[in-house]
Design a protein around this ligand. Structure first.
Ligand code: PGA
Length: 264
């Protein structure tokens, strides 16, 4: 696991975008797993800039979003579908047919079948090459709340009260926040060939600390990334505050850069 700590959010977002660009230049038909939330916004803005100013091409890219609230229509301003269109897709040359976001309006009786089909679609696309992740204050990835099976697949998940409270800031009232979601499972995420997890701000420091340096546990679903073969964690200083081995991560990130230069 490579842990890259940058001085602030903007710098972290820029470096994460360079990382995505590198993968995309090597594989123009990259299959990317995407996350919503405030954390990846800077990364998305930087990718948009790279598209507009440098001609970074997304025409052959396929995307799969991690999750969606159950019960929100795709045009609801708080739906993740709306978020992705506004904050990323409408500004890129991505083929709408290649965009996949769980549908929050599937009828309850059809949800099991729908979730199986979402997994099938990922497989049919050749699997996810690069999965972008944020992390919740309770250590969740996607909406895989504490206690989610580490082998879980795409399914309906009940949100924790903490997540509902955290997300209430985007709604006019806390009781408007849906209490169910459709989310890729932890097992689904782990099948991506590569994972990039981003976290910024002091409120994430504890979750980052236990996910990276604690034991692997379903109580902190992000900790499962310790079992993945190719993970890069992008942090700002504040999110790294509780890491005990920070000096080594900085040393290793620098050494890794030097090594890359030797190879090229
Ligand atoms: P945030 O959410 O990026 O808005 O902090 C992350 C998450 O809950 O997964």
């Amino acid at each position: 696991m490579l842990v890259v700590i940058k001085k602030d959010y903007d710098e972290m977002s820029r470096v994460a975008a360079m990382f995505v660009r590198d993968r995309l230049l090597r594989k123009p038909d990259l299959v990317i797993g995407l996350a919503t939330g405030s954390t990846p916004l800077g990364l998305y803005q930087e990718l948009i800039r790279m598209h507009k100013e440098e001609g970074l091409d997304f025409s052959r890219v396929t995307t799969f979003n991690l999750d969606e609230y159950l019960g929100l229509k795709s045009d609801h301003p708080q739906s993740y579908n709306f978020f992705m269109r506004e904050n990323l897709f409408k500004n890129l040359n991505i083929d709408p047919h290649n965009i996949h976001i769980p549908d929050g309006m599937v009828k309850p009786a059809e949800l099991d079948e729908y979730c199986v089909r979402y997994e099938d679609a990922i497989r049919e696309a050749g699997g996810i090459d690069l999965q972008i992740l944020g992390i919740g204050r309770d250590g969740h990835i996607g909406f895989n709340e504490p206690g989610s099976s580490l082998g879980s697949r795409t399914r309906v998940k009940t949100l924790t009260q903490e997540t509902i409270r955290d997300n209430a800031r985007f709604f006019s009232r806390a009781d408007e926040v849906p209490c169910y979601s459709i989310t890729m499972g932890v097992g689904t995420v782990m099948e991506a060939l590569e994972i990039a997890l981003l976290a910024a701000g002091e409120t994430k420091a504890r979750a980052v600390g236990v996910a990276i340096e604690g034991g692997v546990t379903a109580q902190v679903t992000a900790s499962v990334i310790q079992l993945h073969r190719r993970v890069t964690v992008f942090l700002d200083e504040d999110a790294s505050l509780m890491l005990k081995r920070k000096d080594y991560y900085n040393f290793a990130a620098g050494a890794e850069e030097d090594f890359e230069k030797l190879k090229s």
